[in-house]
Every structure is written in structure tokens, then in C-alpha cells.
Design a binder for this molecule. Structure first.
Ligand SMILES: [Zn+2]
Length: 298
């Protein structure tokens, strides 16, 4: 954990918001742990907020920022997936914004939300403090696979990707600006986050994740807003895909030779850290190895 995370907990800093396209703002994560990139996307009638930050305090700041930015326009909220720093502030938007998500994510929120709340409370006092008063809310609108949200003069497409980083991942694309919000399907400058916590949570699928990235690469965005890390060009999609394929290939080569999983994890982590020396989040390599071992087919 960073020293800032230890002392203050994960803090969304709305003063750092910057416009990356016309009427489209990102509140950046500033590289802070458990802080996501948050989007505020405007149309002539409405404004869509993408992700809430961890806990009600962060979400209140995001809502205040979005309300001022909207200047009277109607507010919508969506979340890229159910993980706490992305969605556990949604309660604050009740009555102020219409909260809409894909059905698989709604199921994650109700089924897995309480367990994740407990798990994240165990990450230390500063994080637990940020999670005080969290109430898991039911989204106002739940869609199936895709939903075109008309903000007035701009239509934003919400798309469920199918199981990858979580069971209910969704991406948000803004076609007129060529911008794609990926949630944790993409991290920039960090090892891919594998929430592989057997026996409690084994929903993450490395194989499906690679397939999802292939599809996203095919959509040809101009700018990618990752779940964590810098707003990037489309190359970040191929970078993550290439990383996941390498992780799969190096893991499976050792599975084929019946190497023990612990040894595989140690060897593959050493190899990938050498390959990506600047990336943070090294602890996620081992989780990724566990996931790919479970998906191994001879
Ligand atoms: Zn996540």
C-alpha cells in the first residue's frame, strides 16, 4: 500500500478533473491505491457519471462535482463493475441520479457485494473508515447486454462484456469522441488485477478476459480510460492482451510439465516482473497464475 493510502485511505481528488474530449471529464486516480478513474460525460440534456469512488465520502465529492458540472442537466450514474472502489458509493446518488447497470453486474452487487464489503474492511483502518456507512443499493434501471443512453446530442453505449475481470463487467463507449471506459478490464502501468480468491470468488476468467480485449481492440477507440492508471491511447488494450497471453502461455507451459503451482507462481512472477519492470501491483501476478492454472487444458 502507498503511504497516502495508509494515512488517509483512498481519496478521490475532484480538483484534479480534466477534460479529455468535448464535454467529457476524467477525475484521475493519480496513481493512488483503491482510487479509480471516474468519468463525467455530458450531453445537451443529461450527464453520465462512471464509477463512484470508495465509500460515501468520496461519492459525495463526486456527486457535488458532477452536479456543478451538469449545471441543471439530468444526472445518470453507472458503474463499470461491482468492486468497492468503483461502486460502493452509489447510495449517495439516490434521488439525484438514475443508476443503471447491466443485469450481470446487478447480480454481482447483490450476491457478492456484502462479502466484498467485509473483505475490504479488513484491508486496514483507513480503508474501513472510508467504508463506514456503506449501503449497497439496488440500481434503478437494469439492462441486458447493451443499452444506448441518449444524453441529448450524444448517445453513450453501455455494453456488458460477459465474465472477464468479474462476472458483471461493463464498458462505456462514447462513439462521437472515440473514448472507451473499461473499468478494471484494463489497468495502465500495472499488472492486471485478478480477483482470484478461492473458494470465495473464482469468477475472474483469464481466457474470457483475452477474448473481451480482442473485441474491444476491434472497436478502435481513440482514447482508453482504464480502471486504474493513466488515460491512454488504444495501444493499452493490446498491451494488456499481450500481457495476459504471456501470463497464460508461461503458466500453461509449466502446468504441462506438472510443475507445482507455488513454483509456477514464483517463476512466472520473476519472469514477468523482469519483462515489465515499471509496472506496479506485482502481487496480482500470482493470483493470475492461480486463475490460469484453474483454466488449464492440456
Ligand atoms: Zn475490479
Amino acid at each position: 500500500m502507498s503511504s497516502e493510502l495508509v494515512s488517509h485511505g483512498p481519496v478521490v481528488d475532484v480538483s484534479q478533473a480534466r477534460e479529455i474530449a468535448d464535454d467529457l471529464v476524467v477525475i484521475p486516480d493519480r496513481g493512488a491505491g483503491l482510487v479509480p478513474n471516474i468519468g463525467v460525460i455530458g450531453g445537451s440534456d443529461s450527464v453520465l457519471v462512471v464509477d463512484t469512488g470508495l465509500g460515501p465520502g468520496n461519492a459525495e465529492n463526486v456527486l457535488a462535482f458532477a452536479t456543478e458540472y451538469a449545471a441543471g442537466r439530468r444526472l445518470y450514474l453507472t458503474t463499470t463493475h461491482f468492486h468497492p472502489e468503483h461502486a460502493f458509493g452509489a447510495q449517495v446518488f439516490a434521488g439525484a441520479a438514475t443508476y443503471l447497470v447491466n443485469s450481470a453486474q446487478a447480480a454481482d452487487l447483490s450476491g457478492k457485494g456484502p462479502g466484498y464489503l467485509e473483505m475490504f474492511r479488513g484491508l486496514g483502518e483507513p480503508v474501513a473508515r472510508r467504508l463506514e456507512g456503506v449501503e449497497l443499493v439496488t440500481p434503478d434501471v437494469v439492462y441486458g447486454d447493451t443499452h444506448d443512453l441518449d444524453l441529448g446530442s450524444r448517445v453513450v453505449r453501455l455494453s456488458a462484456t460477459g465474465r472477464a475481470h468479474s462476472r458483471g463487467d461493463q464498458v462505456v463507449s462514447v462513439p462521437d469522441a472515440g473514448v472507451l471506459f473499461t473499468g478494471d478490464l484494463v489497468e495502465a502501468g500495472q499488472f492486471a488485477i485478478f480477483p482470484w480468491f478461492p473458494p470465495h470468488d473464482t469468477d475472474v476468467s483469464g481466457l474470457r478476459w483475452i477474448e473481451v480485449l480482442e473485441r474491444l481492440i476491434g472497436t478502435g477507440p481513440r482514447l482508453v480510460v482504464p480502471g486504474h492508471g493513466a488515460v491512454s491511447g488504444p495501444d493499452v488494450l493490446t498491451d494488456v492482451r499481450d500481457y495476459l497471453e504471456l501470463l497464460r502461455d508461461e503458466t500453461w507451459a509449466r502446468c504441462r510439465s506438472a510443475v507445482a503451482e507455488e513454483t509456477i507462481a514464483a517463476e512466472v512472477e520473476a519472469l514477468l516482473v523482469q519483462r515489465y519492470p515499471d509496472w506496479s501491483g506485482r502481487e496480482w501476478v500470482t493470483k493470475g497464475v492461480g486463475c490460469f492454472c484453474a483454466e488449464f487444458t492440456a
